[in-house]
Design a protein around this ligand. Structure first.
Ligand SMILES: [Zn+2]
Length: 172
C-alpha cells in the first residue's frame, strides 16, 4: 500500500478543516474523496479498490433525462465489465438519490449476493452517511491519461496518471 507518514499527517489535517480538494493535491490515498454530489453529477465513474484482496471494481452512475412521464431524474448504476472503460458497462441497478440505496430491477443481471452489488452498496452507504472509508479500501475518481487523455480506471494507471498503452510506448 502506498501510504507514508506525510500522508497520515495530511489525512489528520483533512479532519482539521482542509477541504478535500486541498488534501487531494497532496495525497489521494486512503481518504474519502468521493461525495454524494459527485455520485449524482450524471457522469460519475469511480473505482473501489481493496488493498488486502487486490480486487477492484469500477462503477458508473448515469442520470436519466427528465421527460413528461418521468419528471424526476433516475440514477442508474453500471459495472465496468469489459475492455473499454468508457463503454463496457453492464447495468447493475438503480440508485435512490435520497438514501444512497441501490435497488436491483428486472433488468439487473446481478443478484444481492454479487460481489459487485455488495461492493457498490457498501461504498455508497459510506458516502451517503458520511462515514470514513476504512484503511485499505480506496474509492477513487476516474482519471485521465496524461499522454492521450483517455479515461483511467485501473488502480495502477490512476497511481501513475498514465494508461498502460502510453506507459508501454514510453518504454516500460
Ligand atoms: Zn494514454
Amino acid at each position: 500500500m502506498r501510504k507514508n507518514n506525510s500522508c497520515i499527517a495530511l489525512y489528520t489535517q483533512y479532519h482539521w478543516g482542509l477541504t478535500s480538494r486541498q488534501s487531494l493535491v497532496f495525497c489521494n490515498h486512503d481518504m474519502i474523496n468521493i461525495n454524494k454530489e459527485f455520485c449524482l453529477g450524471g457522469h460519475a465513474v469511480f473505482t473501489v479498490q481493496n488493498d488486502a484482496t487486490g480486487e477492484h471494481r469500477t462503477y458508473k452512475i448515469k442520470v436519466s433525462k427528465p421527460n413528461p412521464r418521468y419528471p424526476n431524474p433516475a440514477f442508474f448504476v453500471g459495472l465496468l465489465a469489459g475492455p473499454d472503460n468508457v463503454s463496457s458497462y453492464q447495468y447493475l441497478g438503480m440508485l435512490n438519490a435520497t438514501t444512497g440505496a441501490v435497488t436491483l430491477t428486472r433488468k439487473s443481471r446481478m443478484t444481492d449476493d454479487s460481489k459487485a452489488v455488495k461492493g457498490v452498496r457498501w461504498t455508497l452507504a459510506k458516502i451517503w452517511n458520511n462515514l470514513e472509508i476504512p484503511e485499505g479500501i480506496q474509492v477513487r475518481h476516474v482519471g485521465k491519461c496524461g499522454c492521450c487523455g483517455r479515461a483511467l480506471t485501473e488502480p495502477e494507471s490512476l497511481d501513475r496518471g498514465i494508461g498502460p498503452i502510453c506507459w508501454g510506448r514510453l518504454g516500460h
